[in-house]
Ligand binder design. Structure first.
Ligand code: GLU
Length: 472
């Protein structure tokens, strides 16, 4: 899979798993079954690009079937390889277990540079990939449900949906074959910002814990924290947005062409507009340029959020990191070497497999919406508002006092879809944070939050196997 000198992402996941397995009591056979990938599908297919035929290499890995359907995104990037897809599929299993989303983990990838193709060519590639998945029963609302990941978004999910529904006419739950769709195609409000919002909710909960903050040498709360975000894609953009709105200062933003820095804080939307117009993040008014983008990770800050790709903080640069908290919005941004160094330095690492679980959590809400064929809030919004109006007018009548118009509006408001998705996500992230932190505190030998998160995940998946038994 990889030579000794190359970094293997899947080996890193296995190493983290083994580190945590020591703190559990499962039969070695169960542990082996949990950590390996159940089904691996590597495919080649031809696509006509211009007047040439290109052979495209792609993958779908189903890591675990302890719960079905399997779930996980599809990545379009030249860096996609089998090792990476296997690692990401495994992380999906643990992620889903931690946030109590009843799916097994999966991941897909197409080894292409999406920037090199026209939208029409990308559509052809996506449709052909979906077709390959259908042929091998690797997609379907009850078997395996893809979603966006690095290099894909709502547009690609629509193409997947359309290919699936054309091949499966009359399948009543077909909308649930993919998540991360546009709202007009069965998507759910809040999915686009879900991962970044989940990162914010998770770190906000961590920042509200006085003992953890004292250890990190920080004050309690998000307000005033100096944050650096690496990657201004969907996840990084929304993480930056929610931190800024929550009162933190985003002092640096990094992209692959460079980074910018301003101690007074940056507005992610203005930076995005600037990048769109100028073709680079550099030269943003009022900010200092950092031409070597990797150096942005090493600036002094309270919270560092890597939100792009894996392996960006490793044994080489970890000793120079000055952040007090590292929140992994990307999958696998830290290598096991970096973890060891951060334990020594007392830097708190908030691990990917739960911190970025907001995406799959809201994907779960979208899938439920698709299976129930009704928008969240549609049945109860008006009813709740009428009920609140009645209670309010009774109160006014009994007290002889009247409530102001603005307050009335707030009290009467019945939940719409976005309200319910946001509150479901917040509840999920808070619950998961507390469970992992409690597990960490329950055993002084557990070295870090990542190991605690793995312990939580292994115990949940192990319980599934134990209760279901081994077939036949
Ligand atoms: N690709 C995202 C992840 O890594 C989302 C997966 C999903 O929604 O199924 O978590």
């Amino acid at each position: 899979m990889s030579t000794q000198h190359e970094y293997s992402f899947f080996d890193a996941v296995l190493a983290n798993f083994d580190k945590a397995a020591k703190f559990t009591n499962w039969d070695p056979g169960i542990l082996e079954q949990i950590k390996l990938c159940n089904s691996v599908y590597r495919m080649h297919f031809p696509v006509k690009i211009g007047d040439k035929i290109e052979v495209i290499k792609a993958y779908r890995v189903q890591h675990s079937h302890h719960k079905t359907p399997c779930k996980g995104g599809i990545r379009f990037a030249t860096t996609v390889n089998l090792d990476e897809v296997m690692a990401l599929a495994a992380l999906m299993t643990y992620k889903c277990a931690i946030v109590n989303v009843p799916f097994g983990g999966a991941k897909g990838g197409i080894s292409i540079d999406p920037k090199k193709y026209t939208p029409y060519e990308l559509e052809k590639i996506t449709r052909r990939y979906t077709h390959e998945l259908i042929k091998k029963n690797f997609i379907g609302p009850g078997t395996d449900v893809p979603a966006p990941d690095y290099g894909t978004g709502e547009r690609e999910m629509s193409w997947i949906l359309d290919t699936y529904t054309s091949m499966k006419p009359g399948e009543i739950d077909a909308l649930g074959c993919v998540t991360g769709k546009p709202i007009t195609q069965g998507g759910v409000r809040g999915r686009r910002e879900a991962t970044g919002l989940g990162v914010f909710y998770g770190l906000k909960e961590i920042c509200s814990m006085p003992d953890l903050m004292e250890k990190a040498g920080l004050t309690v709360g998000v307000e005033g924290k100096r944050v650096i975000v690496q990657g201004l894609g969907n996840v990084g953009y929304h993480a930056a947005k929610f931190f800024r709105e929550g009162g933190a200062k985003v002092i640096a933003l990094a992209e692959y062409e460079g980074a910018i820095f301003n101690t007074n804080g940056l507005n992610e939307e203005e930076v995005r507009q600037h990048r769109k117009k100028e073709g680079t993040i550099l030269n943003f008014p009022g900010a200092t340029n950092i031409t070597n983008t990797a150096e942005a990770l090493e600036l002094d800050c309270d919270i560092l959020i890597p939100a792009a790709l894996e392996n960006v903080i490793n044994g080489e640069n970890a000793p120079r990191i000055k952040a007090r908290i590292v929140g992994e919005a990307a999958n696998g941004p830290l290598t096991p070497d970096a973890d060891e160094i951060f334990i020594q330095k007392g830097i708190l690492v908030v691990p990917d497999m739960y911190l970025n679980a907001g995406g799959v959590t809201v994907s779960y809400f979208e899938w439920l919406k698709n299976l129930s064929h009704v928008r969240y809030g549609r049945m109860e919004k008006r009813f709740t508002e009428n009920q609140n109006r009645n209670i309010l007018s009774q109160m006014e009548e009994l007290t002889g006092k009247s409530v102001g118009d603005k307050e009335k509006e707030i009290i009467m408001h019945g939940p719409n879809e976005a309200d319910l998705v946001y509150s479901g996500l917040e509840e999920t992230m808070i619950g998961a944070t507390r469970e992992i932190v409690d597990t960490w505190k329950s055993n002084p030998d557990i070295p870090d939050l990542r190991t605690a998160a793995y312990v939580v995940a292994i115990n949940k998946v192990g319980t599934s196997y134990e209760e279901l038994g081994i077939f036949p």
